[in-house]
Design a protein around this ligand. Structure first.
Ligand code: NAP
Ligand code: F7E
Length: 320
């Protein structure tokens, strides 16, 4: 039975990746940082099947110990301070976790067993103020937030360990991917949750920032399959993962509200508070390499994603 270590197991992607790896017959070791309250909402249904160990990307010793103890063949680094606005209010922490944390994990692998295959969760935020449209593996980076800057470091240190030490270190440049398990502060979940509240008479308005920002949004369940595929290749590489479509935040609102028979214009209020010091205006992927080499394709359309998220929040609220 192969063993995979997954950092960021309590996050959106960690939960979907754990489900996928279990289905494929892996022993899954999830790494979670210690917190004073229980934080296993997304993986509660998996707790009988996976092992959760304490570890932190800010603590080198914890990473060394867990690799020595569990002897994985694959390590997926999904842990990060991943919310872009927080990266302006906590830039040094974001750098320490999201950038230097990658080096700590790569160093742990290099010392314990350099044959371990490594996946780094890189991001389309690295393209930032985009240098070309659409964005591929060859598009130069121009990050627009401390988060984007930290991810550029994480990407290049992954490439550097591949080239310096001949390690199997792959970098997945994933465009935005969402699901009913998305954190509440990200715009898609914020909209879905607000639509459900408004539809049930529990809220009257939704305050948002820039409605014109465009993103290439896909379904997180599809994207974890691409992570796994990257580690099954003959050679480590960089891959862009996205749908090849882009939509504005405004369009997400239109579809989400109209799904429950409402007009978003009557409920959405634009609020300066949610604008960013520097915005990423347009992201759209060119996923040709992933399609050709990994044979990866997204299976959920934009409209299906929006309605899936609204329906899920409606069902959750009705239940509670
Ligand atoms: P997420 O839901 O925010 O999950 C992040 C995970 O990292 C959580 O489990 C969090 O633990 C953990 N974490 C934070 N700081 C840590 C630390 N110091 N040590 C150990 N763990 C720590 O993010 P996601 O959406 O699943 O994304 C997964 C990864 O892909 C992230 O690296 C993200 O930056 C990257 N990414 C995401 C997208 C996207 O659209 N979702 C696109 C491209 C790249 P707690 O639960 O304790 O906070
Ligand atoms: O913002 C605009 C906002 O916070 C999307 C992370 O997973 O994907 C994610 O980063 C857009 C931005 O995601 C609100 O200005 C408008 O243009 O949902 P988001 P993100 O910043 O794209 C990338 C690929 C990652 O790697 C990150 O980890 O929506 N927007 N009004 C808003 N955004 C938020 N959060 N809240 C608003 O009220």
């Amino acid at each position: 039975m192969p063993t995979a270590v997954v950092t960021g197991i309590t996050g959106q992607d960690g939960s979907y990746l754990a489900e996928l790896l279990l289905k494929k017959g892996y022993r899954v070791i999830g790494v979670a940082r210690r917190s004073s309250t229980v934080n296993d909402e997304r993986i509660r249904h998996l707790l009988d099947d996976i092992t959760v160990v304490q570890g932190d990307l800010q603590d080198q010793g914890s990473l060394l110990s867990l690799l020595e103890e569990y002897k994985p063949t694959e390590v997926y680094n999904l842990a990060a301070q991943s919310f872009v606005p927080t990266s302006w209010s906590q830039p040094a922490l974001t750098g320490d976790v999201t950038a230097i944390g990658v080096t700590r994990l790569l160093e742990a692998i290099r010392f314990v067993n350099p044959k371990i295959r490594f996946y780094q969760a890189s991001s389309s935020e690295m393209f930032g103020k985009v240098m070309e449209v659409p964005q591929s593996e060859d598009t130069p980076f121009y990050p627009r937030s401390p988060y984007g800057v930290a991810k550029v470091y994480g990407h290049w240190i992954t490439v550097n360990y591949r080239e310096s030490f001949d390690m199997f270190a792959a970098s997945g440049i994933l465009f935005n991917h969402e699901s009913p398990r998305r954190g509440m502060e990200f715009v898609t979940r914020k909209i879905a949750n607000a639509v459900a509240h408004i539809n049930l008479g529990l809220a009257k308005e939704l305050r948002l920032g820039n409605l014109e920002a465009q993103r290439d949004w896909g379904f997180a369940g599809d994207y974890v399959e691409a992570m796994w595929l990257m580690l099954q290749q003959d050679y480590p590489d960089n891959y862009v993962i996205g749908t090849g479509e882009t939509h504005a935040v405004r369009e997400f609102c239109e579809i989400a509200f109209s799904h429950v028979g409402l007009d978003y214009k009557e409920f959405v209020v634009q609020d300066e508070k949610f604008y960013r010091p520097a915005e990423v205006d347009l992201l759209i992927s060119d996923p040709a390499k992933a399609r050709n080499q990994l044979k990866w394709e997204p299976s959920v359309s934009f409209k299906e994603l929006v309605t899936m998220m609204v329906d899920s929040d409606l069902a959750r609220l009705k239940k509670s």
